[in-house]
Design a protein around this ligand. Structure first.
Ligand code: NAD
Length: 497
């Protein structure tokens, strides 16, 4: 446990009531529904979030729709100028934003810094839109004297709906590319962690976007359903749990929209007998326990191949025990609390169920106490060994600091196990064999594969998305997939008489 000697000061004790950002103005919501925003390290209320009404969301879409034609006619090299300015502004506010992320989400401060960096990476990518958005042409492409080309055009209003686990980064997988391509945008942050995005919009307000190009509404299902049902919204990018991803995919598609929905995950890490275990151990432990297991790319199931598993398990348990749990604002802390009481209760219930199912509980993180933070939602590193592949520990997403170990005889069995999951977000192999690594990459059905890397998070210029129930749609977020999602390709065939 940490002794909090290195605690960074909080940015603010209380952030008041969050406001929507519509048509270039911050506006108070008139909704009579609201939620508390809670610092999970202390269980104190640090803000209030309005749950916006249908009319308020519609007003945001009105603003985005009204400016769309003017924005799309703005040349791409001019459209990216506010994005360049925003990058500079975010560099200035980098530490402040990271600290707000930790205050409202709980994650260790270095994790928060990393997530703000990934957010800025997506702005940098979008600044290349004048090149990225180019079409292609071919002289005499149709017949002698008849040239053929395609151009890319923006579609109109897009929206993103975000999860709680990365309060800053996730909407940036989408909106910078969308807006740089000439679309306009509405972001709906997670109502659990709205403060970071509120602060981000205060900074966006200084970047010089024309009013209406980029909007934000706080809210819950009512706000999301309004976006899903508004005919003017051309497409939805969603990140969150699988049941809601599926719901949003179906409803958006039924309403004729483009839709990309990133869902839940259960990621398998396979450790081969030839892996350099001591070199890989920090990577394995940080994959499973970093961000307190609340990453969609977190390792959750550790698949140990071969006869040496007992020794490996001892090393894993020893390394997990070393993790420092505490307030994420303490520089020495490696694992903060879980992000919410509801989530804490769920993770503890899943550990209870795992223990009741006869899996071998080697390290129990329940009941962990952090001095000075007795009300915080802390669960310590937890390790189950000899897990039954059919148990809830292997089948269900826990989204907490729980490592579930399965032992298998060979690589084929490890691949079969990973592929038996209904999820397919990420999977990693630790090995010193190129042949084993290639086999894993070739056969495992997952959107992100790590080879001696436990969190295979694609950079902004690569597509990000899973397979199976981890993703609904076809074009993934980020990279060129994002450009395709946010533009329509129009073919023009020309003959001059
Ligand atoms: P969630 O599905 O509960 O909520 C996500 C968003 O959907 C929120 O903005 C919420 O307001 C909205 N929402 C919730 N219920 C809704 C409903 N009934 N109708 C319409 N909208 C609704 O997810 P969460 O708990 O915030 O996030 C955790 C989940 O996100 C985990 O399952 C995690 O794996 C997943 N996740 C996936 C990725 C990925 O890239 N695949 C990345 C981050 C998180």
């Amino acid at each position: 446990m940490s002794d909090n000697k290195n605690l960074l000061p909080v940015v603010k004790e209380h952030y008041g009531r969050m406001r929507n950002y519509i048509d270039g103005e911050f506006v108070e919501s008139t909704s009579d529904r609201a939620g508390d925003v809670i610092n999970p390290a202390t269980a104190e209320v640090i803000a209030t979030v309005p749950l916006s009404t249908k009319d308020e969301v519609t007003t945001a879409v009105d603003a985005a729709q009204d400016i769309f034609e003017e924005w799309r006619e703005t040349p791409p090299n001019i459209r990216v100028q506010p994005i360049f300015r925003l990058k500079t502004l975010f560099e200035k506010h980098y530490e402040e934003l990271a600290r707000i992320v930790t205050q409202e989400h709980g994650k260790a401060i270095d994790e928060a810094r990393g997530s703000v960096r990934r957010m800025v990476d997506n702005l940098e990518f979008a600044c290349g839109i004048p090149s990225l958005m180019m079409g292609e042409n071919l002289e005499d492409g149709a017949a002698p004297g008849i040239d053929e080309e395609y151009i890319r055009q923006p579609l109109g209003v897009f929206a993103a709906v975000a999860p709680f686990n990365f309060p800053a980064m996730v909407p940036f997988w989408f909106w910078p590319s969308a807006v740089a391509c000439g679309n306009t945008f509405v972001v709906k942050p997670s109502e659990q962690v709205p403060i970071t995005m509120n602060r981000i919009y205060e900074i966006i307000d200084d970047a010089g976007f024309p009013p209406g190009v980029i909007n934000m509404v706080h809210g819950d299902k009512e706000a999301v359903d309004t976006l899903l049902d508004d005919d003017r919204v051309q497409g939805i990018s969603f990140v969150g749990s699988t049941p809601i991803a599926r719901y949003i995919y179906e409803r958006a598609a039924a309403n004729g929209k483009r839709v990309q929905c990133q869902g839940g995950a259960k990621n398998f890490l396979t450790v081969m007998p030839d892996a350099n275990l001591s070199a890989c151990m920090p990577n394995i432990v940080s994959s499973c326990l970093g961000n307190t297991g609340q990453r969609c790319l977190a390792g959750a199931v550790l698949v140990l191949v071969g006869d040496n598993a007992d020794a490996m398990v001892d090393q894993i348990v020893a390394a997990a025990k070393e993790m420092t749990v505490g307030n994420g604002l303490d520089e020495t802390v490696q694992m903060g609390p879980l992000a919410a009481k509801r989530h804490y209760d769920r993770v503890v219930a899943m550990i209870d169920a795992g223990a009741a199912e006869d899996n071998n509980l080697r390290l129990d993180g329940r009941g962990v106490r952090v001095e000075g933070y007795e009300n915080g939602y802390f669960v310590g590193p937890t390790v189950f060994d000899h897990c039954d592949p059919k148990s809830s520990l292997i089948q269900e997403e826990i989204f907490g600091p729980v490592i579930s170990i399965v032992r298998v005889p060979d690589l084929d069995a490890a691949i079969e196990l990973a592929n038996s999951s209904r999820y397919g977000n990420a999977s990693s192999i630790y090995t010193s064999s190129g042949k084993a690594a290639r086999q894993y990459r070739y056969h495992v059905r997952g959107g992100n594969i790590g080879i001696n890397i436990g969190v295979p998070a694609p950079m902004a210029y690569f597509p990000f998305g899973g397979y199976k129930e981890s993703f609904f749609g076809d074009l993934h977020g980020q990279g060129k997939d994002g450009i395709n999602f946010f533009t329509e390709r129009k073919v023009v065939i020309t003959r001059w008489m």
